[in-house]
Write a protein that binds this ligand. Structure first.
Ligand SMILES: *Cc1c(COP(=O)(O)O)cnc(C)c1O
Ligand SMILES: [Zn+2]
Length: 418
């Protein structure tokens, strides 16, 4: 893979050839997340804004030259990427803003942003003829890996906390993954999965361990900028758990700047749930994330529940290096955001997805954004993933159905009451 210069440890700065290490810096264990560094001069000869304009492949693979895979690597058949970027004028008006866009990754094949990374994991694993791929997950990364593996007939073993929402567990079972419901938290599942992968030699997709997941996730930044005709937005809002998505967005934007496809770096705003706000705390108090102790990680937005964000180095850099910010929002604010987003632009998000919008609402009251900025809010997961919390959210919003007898009088009464 001549387009990759090396893998660089973000703790010690040591550089490794791609065939020298499989995932992490051996000197820094799980903290030694590595970053994939490319030869941008070579990339410029392989891809341009013009070549993209002529490319009819509207999936993440239109950016294949910028991904850590061989140019002739077979890719899974599911349609991953190029999700819509909606202009949400009613939401903008309500918030007193100019241009607000919502990118809906709830429409990906397994209904979350995680498909972008899992697709790359499957290509990388098949490159090595891996017999089994494994991951731990709060649910969506697992569902994504499970579905994409099913699309190519790849065996996989999944570790999820037993508290994962039923819809996500149903996805794993329907795709025929081997599923371990771990009696513990996501962090417990993560540790067990790492141990198992190293013991049995399985290909390891784990977020914040496998450096190629950031690379899959960066495709969302490519799409946002291309969809805005290469005029990068001023601000991007994204919810944050382990911090892989936010790090991926930052990576994608850095690639585009280095290639000269965009001219400015957006501010990246990471939004965390109050009970799971490790990165918010670390950023606000200027704490050392290599030594900061885990937080409780309790939030109803299960996809962003992470006591110890695994990709915290990249996640913190995404905010500090872009003059962005971390914001925390309450679970009630997250629940309020679910129907607001659905009613304002027709995008039905799971709580972790709506959390990004809750962050925008908070940012407006904190004066962090202004009316002349183009703002992108990323929805990372589909609302159908978590009906239990959706029903809570609509009850809080005062919405309930009318139960009526099957006749016109009953209907007229109900209409009069509504
Ligand atoms: C995984 C996930 C996130 C957070 O991504 P991280 O990389 O863990 O920060 C946000 N929303 C949804 C729906 C997710 O599945
Ligand atoms: Zn290192």
């Amino acid at each position: 893979m001549e387009h990759i210069l090396h893998l660089k440890c973000l703790v010690c700065g040591k550089e490794y050839a791609t065939d020298e290490i499989a995932y992490i810096c051996p000197e820094h264990g799980n903290e030694g997340i590595v970053d994939v560094r490319y030869d941008y001069d070579l990339l410029k000869s392989r891809i341009s804004r013009e070549s993209l304009a002529a490319n009819g492949d509207y999936s993440i693979w239109r950016y294949k030259p910028l991904l850590p895979v061989a140019s002739d690597a077979p890719v899974p058949p599911l349609a991953i990427g190029w999700t819509p970027l909606y202009r949400a004028d009613r939401l903008a008006e309500k918030l007193g803003l100019g241009q607000v866009f919502v990118k809906d990754d709830g429409r990906l094949p397994t209904a979350s942003f995680k498909d972008r990374a899992s697709a790359v994991a499957v290509v990388k694993a098949q490159e090595q003829n891996a017999e089994i791929i494994t991951t731990a997950s709060t649910g969506n990364a697992a569902a994504a890996l499970s579905g994409i593996c099913a699309s190519v007939g790849q065996k996989n073993i999944i570790f999820v906390p037993e508290s994962a929402p039923p819809a996500k567990i149903a996805q794993l079972l329907v795709y025929n993954s081997t599923v371990m419901l771990v009696q513990g938290t996501y962090d417990d599942a993560f540790e067990l999965c790492l141990e198992a992968a190293s013991e049995y030699g399985w290909y390891n997709r784990n977020t914040g361990f496998n450096p190629y997941m950031t690379e899959g996730k960066k495709t969302a930044a490519f799409e946002i900028c291309e969809q805005l005709n290469w005029r990068a937005p001023e601000v991007i809002f994204v919810s944050v758990g382990d911090g892989c998505i936010i790090g991926g967005l930052h990576k994608g934007l850095k690639d585009l700047l280095a290639l000269g496809f965009i001219e400015t770096m957006p501010r990246i705003i990471g939004v965390q749930a109050e009970g799971s706000s490790y990165l918010y705390e670390a950023w606000k108090n200027n704490e050392d994330i290599l030594h900061k102790a885990p937080v409780s990680g309790i939030t109803l937005a299960d996809s962003i529940s992470a006591g110890l964000p695994r990709d915290r180095i990249k996640a913190l850099a995404a905010v500090t290096q872009t003059d962005g910010a971390y914001i925390q929002v309450s679970d009630d604010a997250i629940l309020a955001a679910v129907p607001e987003l659905a009613r304002g632009i027709g995008v039905f998000a799971e709580p972790a997805g709506a959390c990004a919008y809750a962050g925008l609402v908070q940012a407006v009251s904190d004066g962090l954004v202004s009316a002349d900025e183009r703002i992108v809010v990323l929805n990372t997961g589909n609302g159908l993933k978590d009906i239990r919390n959706t029903m809570k959210a609509v009850a809080m919003a005062g919405s309930s159905p009318s139960s009526i007898a099957p006749n016109m009088n009953a209907l007229q009464d109900a209409l009069n009451r509504s």
